[in-house]
Ligand binder design. Structure first.
Ligand SMILES: Cc1ncc(COP(=O)(O)O)c(C=O)c1O
Length: 354
């Protein structure tokens, strides 16, 4: 606290990111990073950018990257917006597209950054409870609203909402923006990007942090009709004209272009997810069906906080959320390498059997 703070800062409840430990020996399964490295072509492209040209500002519009993303998704370049991680893209979208008189709607169990943006930009919101099976029921999002946002698959549950349901939501909600946060869609889900041409109120956000193994580069993007993208650009150019530095633009472009490597990463993570989920189910865990690079699981006789602490004692870190109470029994566990999963399974066996 300080008397020099603005009233806005006094009122903030900032997001708390998952721990980025200083100890390197930990088995780190807490922030949904990819356990494998990025494409070798990314590393080459980034190295090639370490040059005298760093004295110059980067391209403010990241035009080459936007063109590559547009080609990948079969949309026009003016339908693409890139930012410093999808968190920044989302932040701009909140103020550009979701700040209206009416409250916005999002699930009660969802990405915990959404209420933080609402606090920062003074946007009213209403949280819609997931069903008992932790599913989004689109019929619950019918009330007049300033916008709707949720991740698909949802975080931290990993549950996917089928595309026809998203279409039903769009059909029933033509007057405000619907943002589908597809941070984890590449791990087996069907993207809503194909609906952008038909729905002027749809914005889809993506990140290279998970499926492209580039959390450290900070690149995210949005796809929507040009009028929505223009709103994001207006906010960006009122905030920071150069959100992606030269290294990020070059690395992200190389990653988008190396589609074969990207697909191999997703395939490996999905195979490991299946192995992890079935091994944990055998130990008595209830594992929610996941279409993400993490699983969400609870054990009938072990509390989530206690399990997370016991794993930590064994140098394994996973994510536990105290709130809301309904998810306190659960652990969110990032899909790791085979060796990391083996270590986790050995530790869990020791904990749940004793
Ligand atoms: C649902 C969801 N959306 C967005 C993000 C932000 O991703 P980034 O800022 O790394 O692109 C995350 C990160 O964990 C997430 O879980």
């Amino acid at each position: 606290m300080s008397r020099y703070w603005s009233a806005v800062v006094h009122g903030l409840t900032p997001y708390v990111p998952g721990e980025q430990p200083k100890l390197t020996k930990l088995v780190k399964l807490n922030t949904n990073e990819n356990p494998y490295g990025p494409s070798p072509r990314v590393l080459d492209a980034v190295r090639a950018e370490v040059a005298d040209t760093l004295r110059l500002y980067p391209d403010p519009g990241s035009d080459r990257l936007c063109a590559a993303i547009a080609a990948l998704h079969g949309v026009a370049a003016e339908q693409v917006f890139v930012g410093n991680g999808s968190d920044e893209v989302l932040a701009h979208a909140f103020v550009a597209l979701l700040k209206h008189e009416r409250p916005i709607l999002f699930p009660d169990i969802s990405y915990s950054f959404y209420p933080v943006y609402c606090g920062l930009y003074e946007i009213a919101y209403r949280q819609i409870p997931l069903t008992d099976a932790f599913e989004i029921r689109v019929g619950d999002y019918r009330s007049p609203n300033g916008g709707v946002i949720f991740p698909n698959p949802n975080a931290p549950t990993g549950r996917l909402l089928a595309l026809p349901e998203i279409e039903r939501l769009l059909d029933g909600n033509p007057d405000s923006v619907i943002i589908i946060d597809e941070a984890y869609i590449d791990f087996g889900g069907e993207s809503a990007v194909g609906l952008v041409a038909r729905y002027p109120q749809l914005l889809v956000t993506r990140t290279l942090s998970k499926s492209h193994a580039l959390a450290g580069l900070r690149v995210g993007y949005a796809i929507g009709q040009a009028h929505l993208i223009e709103a994001l650009k207006r906010v960006k150019d009122s905030f920071n004209s150069y959100p992606l530095d030269r290294l990020a633009q070059a690395g992200a472009l190389a990653s988008i272009e190396d589609h074969a490597y990207f697909e191999s990463l997703c395939t490996r993570v999905m195979a490991s997810r299946a192995r992890l989920a079935s091994a944990m189910a055998e130990m008595g865990f209830e594992v929610l069906p996941s279409t993400a690079n993490f699983i969400f699981a609870q054990h009938p006789s072990h509390d989530g906080a206690e399990l997370a602490a016991s794993l930590r004692e064994r140098s394994i870190i996973v994510r536990h959320f105290k709130n809301p109470a309904r998810i306190a029994p659960f652990l969110r566990i990032t899909v790791g390498t085979d060796a990391q999963i083996d270590a986790l399974l050995v530790a869990l066996k020791a904990i749940v059997n004793c």
